[in-house]
Design a protein around this ligand. Structure first.
Ligand code: PGA
Length: 252
């Protein structure tokens, strides 16, 4: 079993979600520019096409999504079984892109999470409210529903391998106009999620924040004591800024 990396509760973690970005001719230069990264708490999630390049360069690699049943042979998908054999340690599950563009249901997300755990892949469960839900003061209710439905049937010995990423949909990427929650809002949500997990399982698991994190706001986001790390999208595409983010987080 792989189960991610040896994540220590007091270490910070960075997940880079590269989405569909980058053309193949740019991958070598990207890898060259980030070559100084030698940190087991940095997980890179490139488009599936480029995964071997990252694995061959000794990065910890995560999938951006995974199929929900390794026995059900399905066109166009990647199974957890295949992923673990090739050395993939993590998978994003339920990213808002998937929930929005593929209408991924909470039931489907739960199955994907179970499937990851079955094959020793650490699932990074993405949860987050839309602007509309936030406007209706439903944030906590939505997050609670997303988490409890995804964790249905998961026992404590598996739960400890799960990572939760709080990513408000309205703060993610190009749709966000640079908006992010305030520090206090991030801390409050991380605390809320910690409390919920503790109530259900009496343990703590890493809670990450994602949504417009960059080299300028990362240090204040990580001042939040309940936040164990960040998911970065846009800023990870610029090697210089990505390295700055890592420097802020990991510099002693
Ligand atoms: P962003 O993306 O950093 O560009 O907002 C984060 C994500 O989609 O996970």
């Amino acid at each position: 079993m792989l189960y991610g990396v040896d994540f220590m509760a007091n270490n910070k973690m960075v997940v880079a979600n590269l989405k569909m970005n980058m053309m193949v001719e740019d991958v070598a230069s990207y890898l060259h520019q980030i070559a100084s990264i030698d940190n087991q708490n940095v997980i890179i999630c490139p488009t599936a096409l480029y995964i071997p390049y990252f694995l061959n360069n000794n990065y910890h690699v995560g999938l951006q999504d995974i199929f929900f049943d390794s026995n059900l042979i399905c066109t166009g998908e990647i199974s957890a079984n295949q992923a673990s054999r090739i050395g993939i340690t993590h998978a994003l599950i339920g990213h808002s892109d998937r929930r929005i563009y593929f209408q991924e249901s909470e039931q489907m997300i739960q199955k994907k999470l179970v499937e990851c755990l079955k094959f020793g892949i650490a699932p990074i469960l993405c949860v987050g409210e839309t602007a509309e839900e936030r406007g209706m003061m439903r944030t906590e209710r939505v997050i609670k529903r997303q988490i409890t439905s995804a964790l249905r049937g998961i026992d404590k010995k598996d739960l400890i391998h799960v990572i939760i990423a709080y990513e408000p949909v309205w703060a993610i990427g190009s749709n966000s106009n640079g908006n992010t929650p305030s520090n206090k809002e991030i801390e409050d949500m991380a605390q809320y999620i910690n409390g919920l997990i503790f109530q259900l399982y009496q343990v703590r698991i890493p809670i990450l924040y994602g949504g417009n994190v960059d080299d300028k706001n990362v240090s204040s986001i990580l001042e939040n004591t309940s936040v164990s790390g960040v998911v970065v999208g846009g800023v990870a595409l610029d090697p210089k800024r990505f390295l700055k983010v890592l420097n802020v987080i990991f510099a002693e």
